[in-house]
Ligand binder design. Sequence first.
Ligand SMILES: CC(C)(COP(=O)(O)OP(=O)(O)OC[C@H]1O[C@@H](n2cnc3c(N)ncnc32)[C@H](O)[C@@H]1OP(=O)(O)O)[C@@H](O)C(=O)NCCC(=O)NCCS
Length: 371
Amino acid sequence: MTATRGLEGIVAATSSVSSIIDDTLTYVGYNIDDLTKNASFEEVIYLLWHLELPNKAQLQDLKQQLVDHMEIPQEVIDSFKTYPIDKVHPMAALRTAVSTLGLFDEEADVMDKEANFRKAIRLQAKMPTIVAAFSRIRNGEDPVAPRKDYNIAENFLYMLNGKEPSAIEVEAMDKALVLHADHELNASTFTARVCVATLSDMYSGVTAAIGALKGPLHGGANEQVMKMLTEIGSVDKAEKYILDKLENKEKIMGFGHRVYKKGDPRAKFLRDMSKKLTDITGEPQWYEISEKVREVLTSKKPLPPNVDFYSASVYHSLGIDHDLFTPVFAVSRVSGWIAHILEQYENNRLIRPRAEYTGPGMRVFKPLEDR
Ligand SMILES: CC(C)(COP(=O)(O)OP(=O)(O)OC[C@H]1O[C@@H](n2cnc3c(N)ncnc32)[C@H](O)[C@@H]1OP(=O)(O)O)[C@@H](O)C(=O)NCCC(=O)NCCS
């Protein structure tokens, strides 16, 4: 038995949800380019869960159900007040809050298909509310209730900032949600599938996935990118900063990918958004520093930017706190996690690989008194 480090190149499941072939990402056969230009996040959710695009009535029904379930139990809001709120990272808070949410869902352990779809709606609907409410409470503000006439992108920005978002902000948020929704067998999705393949429940699967997304090699990279851009501070300092990091063999966050080699097809949309939004906010430096970082890094290493690189300046321009960037990723990716969880339940087999043992050979046991 020989292990493959990081399971690189190992095909660990079949899936009809999304694919990456020759650096092209598709959701259920639709190119991400077409979906980003033409579909709303809600249409993408429907596509991922039902493996078909919705017609008008189906989309309206999904939107209605989502908005009807956006409010979160008061107990979850109250539980935030028990957290060390000025110290806790919002991803840790989200992980705990989703787990807590499961305690208040009477169907949490009901495993039939219909119950799982109902939980899917509730989880997807409540994730933006959790992130926004946590953010407001830690800032000493009251949570803002969702609006019935808003979609997820509008409601998220509205509940977060307490004011009506502009059309351009909503468009950027909606496209970012579409772009982050699913990504084949990425680390957090694999985590979710491993968890529910034991026939554990959907809340456990999503809680586990949030834990995996939190790390800086996965979803946590977008926050680290903004930290880097802030540390660089101005375009003229970017070159030295990057060269020093490379000299020290440090990784540059927001670059590289296990699967894409030529480039991440999602990055170009976020790059365009970053340019547009940073111009509007009067902070073009974030886009300009990003461009300089890309220029310097790619002249040294064949590492194209990934989804997290330009999403950092996009989220910053939307007025989102930097440590909320990864929770925003989760607000979108939960749609993909749920799609994969539903798929796993449909054709389940326990996921239990083997390990290549590298410890000592057989040893003679010594009683405690002889050691
Ligand atoms: C995404 C990532 C985890 C993929 O990892 P991986 O497939 O295991 O690739 P490795 O970490 O083994 O990297 C392979 C080589 O490229 C280098 N490399 C990879 N990403 C790099 C980066 N962002 N900056 C600098 N060098 C990088 C590694 O140092 C390694 O070089 P070496 O062979 O000389 O040691 C990795 O590219 C990374 O850490 N990127 C930064 C974090 C990030 O943006 N994550 C979000 C992904 S969407």
